[in-house]
Structures are given as C-alpha cells and as structure tokens.
Write a protein that binds this ligand. Sequence first.
Ligand SMILES: C[S@@+](CC[C@H](N)C(=O)[O-])C[C@H]1O[C@@H](n2cnc3c(N)ncnc32)[C@H](O)[C@@H]1O
Length: 282
Amino acid sequence: MTDITGVQTLYDKFRHDEWDRLELHRIEYHVTLTTILKYLPPPPALVADIGGGPGRYSLELARRGYRVTLIDLSSVLLDMARTKAQCEGLNIVIAQANACDLSQVVPENDVFDAVLLLGPLYHLVQLSERRQAMAEALRILKKNSTSLLCTSYISQLAHFRDIATKDPARLANQSQFYRDLLQTGNYKQLSYHARPGDVRSLIQSFPELQLLELRGCEGFLGGRLNENINQLPEHEFEAWLQLVLETGADEEGLASSDHLLAISRLIISSQGEQVVQSIDES
Ligand SMILES: C[S@@+](CC[C@H](N)C(=O)[O-])C[C@H]1O[C@@H](n2cnc3c(N)ncnc32)[C@H](O)[C@@H]1O
C-alpha cells in the first residue's frame, strides 16, 4: 500500500520546489498545457484538477475561463494555490482529499467535463490504488462523449537516467532493489514509475475509456536536456516546443521522456450510456 502520509509530508515539506518545478521544466508544462487544451471542451467547462498541487494548471485554466476545482493531498500546496488565486481574483474551488476517495469533497456523480489526474498516479504504488483513483475520476466525470480524462505518469526509464546522472554506482550496489523497481515500478511505498505499455494497459482495462493520445512531455529532451533551453528567448524556445510536440508521441519520444501524458475520452452510446469497447478499438 502507498504511504499516503509519507507522500503528503513530502509535498508539504518541498512546497517551493513544487511551485518552481514547472519553471525548471518549461517544456513539460507547455507540452502538457497545449495537449490538454487541444482536447478540452471550451470554457466555461467544469474541470477537476486532482493532484494539482500549487495550481499551475488550475490557475492557467481559470484565467482562460474554465470553472476549476483543485484537489490535492497537501494542505500546504493548497494554501499556496489559494493565495495565488486570490491575488489574481480567480475563483477556484479548493479541497483536500486523497484521489482514491473523493466522496467527502465531490459526493455527487457526473459533475465535471474534464478531470486532470496529473500527479497521483506517480505515487500510488498498487495497481488497485491506481485503478481506484481512475474509477473516482470516472465517477465524477459527466457521462458525455466529450468528457475527458487526462492522466500523467513518471517514466520508469527516467528514474534510471536520474541515478545514472547523480549516483551511477547505485545500480550495481543495490541491484536487487533496482531489479524489483524494474519489475513493479515501485520506489519504496512512495512512488510509482510506469512504462508506456503499463499506461496503455491501465487505460484499456477501463472499457468505457478510449485512449486518444499518449505522449512524452519532454520527448527526446528528457533526462534534463530540456533544462538547456529554459533561458532561450520566447521564439527560440517555441521552436523546440514545436519539435517536441511533433515528435513526443513517437516511440522514441515516449522512450526518452521523463513524464508521460495520456488523454482519454469517455465512450458513450447514442442513448447516453457508457459503452463497452473491445480492446482493439483503442
Ligand atoms: C509532482 S506533483 C504534480 C503537480 C501538478 N499536477 C503538475 O502536474 O505539475 C504531484 C501532486 O500530486 C499530489 N498527490 C500525490 N498523491 C496524491 C493522492 N493520492 N491524492 C491527491 N493528491 C495526490 C501531491 O500532493 C502533489 O501535489
């Protein structure tokens, strides 16, 4: 089982890192935002940002006229988001909850046009917990064919690239630990690292979902290469962003990216019911 208190403590403690994270990873932020906006129904659609932390995406969507509910484990990150929303006069509903059980904060079904689950699936170490978080997201989504579920993951190879950079001796010295990580994707009881195939299997295991797009957020600029272009002037940065957007859904883009983003939609029959799809259709 996931050490939920441990995850919460981690984010409470490193709150400023989490706000700064997407400044350091500008490509991840812009690829994620651009891809989500490509599929989102137009504002003022209702969006739940579950695991939205300090609210980078919530704030931007609210600026664009979406009606946003931000939910996270960390009360410290939520306070930060509340302050930033107040400073800009943005009206965002903010609530603290575990993505696996939203019953206290969203008791009703069929509320949102889109759900972003960009964070909790990095941390839920058991498949049953990841499925529970997905099921909660589906419960609160309106049962329309335009309803969208956006999920993100940390890539398993990104973890290995990270230790190759910071402490390469660890792979041999803790070989059993890393064998297990390769098998399960789990780092202790705190985080989960996925491969593209794991993401596809998870989404395909929900017959009411159709995977529209799976892409790497940093694409071939994974492994911190993307940090080299952060300081470029806007038009030069934009050229790299376009290249990552063009290539990030290719096999190579997926394999070398640090984060994976999956966009799925609900499959609805003409009678408005969720339909069971065969696995080959997605
Ligand atoms: C790496 S941050 C991602 C923040 C933001 N969504 C983004 O993409 O930049 C992960 C966030 O997920 C939250 N989180 C992790 N597990 C969660 C869970 N089970 N339920 C709700 N939030 C969770 C953390 O508190 C943290 O704010």
